[in-house]
Design a binder for this molecule. Structure first.
Ligand code: ZN
Length: 282
């Protein structure tokens, strides 16, 4: 049975902290390096519902994509919702480790998992990491479809293959246009629009797209892709949990650790219902 320090070292090897963005807060948030680890739970968000699930499961380590604290804090009092998370973790001997932008740019990383869920063939990163001589790491992925699909068909595939959320998939662009190449980026992707234009792909699938950037992007003919697809942020990052769990499982097997690795299926997208406008296009 490995100690937490050994498991963390393996996670750090997959997603080195120095590869995170300078504004990010990754690494171990809670945990005693000497504690033993048997059961590990992967999830997108370190929220109370996920911690409750980890307690119920008897997990020793929770690994999340999103940080608990991104900025400095002066309190972990249980009267704050993040402080309550810290209290629940410590009282139940559960460690918390975060792999965020260092998992986004990893090879394989968050967008590889997203591409895999959508049955896309990854060609390379959308924004290559200049520090990677092999050009395999970076933000987002440029991908090809095995067979051309219409925008409508590709959106339907995304809705079917990604975990179900109230939002589903929002589409901008002609639903009958043909898609052969796609850029994907798990999480908020509107900062990548210039790279998407430069990549010359037919469509871009990401999350958290706002009115003005999306509107200006779609109006920029003929430089922009034919279509934008906006999925729920959580749904675009959840496939990484399965990928990451499989990676840790493999490491556990190789080292004879006998870890029990789980992936939370709890939907932590903040949007919980959706009322379509009567008569709206679908
Ligand atoms: Zn995210």
């Amino acid at each position: 049975m490995p100690r937490l320090s050994e498991v963390i070292a393996a996670l750090e090897n997959l997603w080195p902290a120095e590869r995170a963005e300078s504004w990010d807060a990754v690494g171990t948030v809670v945990g005693d390096p000497e504690q033993d680890v048997v059961r590990v739970l992967f999830a997108v968000d370190p929220v109370q519902g996920i911690v409750d699930e980890a307690v119920k499961l008897g997990a020793d380590l929770l690994v999340t994509h999103h940080p608990l604290y991104l900025r400095g804090t002066t309190t972990v009092a249980a009267s704050t919702f993040k402080g309550r998370v810290v209290h629940s973790l410590i009282k139940n001997d559960i460690a918390l480790h975060v792999a965020h932008t260092n998992a986004d740019t990893a090879d394989p990383g968050v967008s590889d998992a997203l591409a895999g869920a959508l049955d896309l063939r990854v060609v390379g990163p959308l924004v290559p990491d200049p520090s990677d001589p092999d050009g395999r790491r970076g933000l987002g992925r440029i991908c090809e479809l095995d067979h051309p699909l219409t925008v409508r068909e590709f959106a339907a595939r995304a809705a079917e293959r990604l975990p179900a959320t109230a939002q589903g998939i929002r589409v901008a662009g002609d639903p009958e246009a043909t898609v052969r190449t796609v850029a994907v980026s798990g999480g908020s992707g509107d900062s990548l629009f210039d790279h998407v234009r430069a990549a010359g792909v037919d469509a871009f699938l990401t999350a958290d797209l706002r009115h003005h950037p999306a509107s200006e992007f779609m109006a920029d003919r003929p430089h922009s892709p034919l279509a934008l697809l906006d999925a729920a942020h959580w749904a675009t990052e959840w496939p990484w949990c399965e990928l990451a769990a499989a990676q840790l499982d493999e490491i556990s097997d190789r080292n004879g650790w006998g870890l029990r690795v789980h992936v939370s299926k709890t939907v932590t997208d903040p949007w919980t219902s959706h009322s379509p406008s009567p008569g709206a296009p679908n």
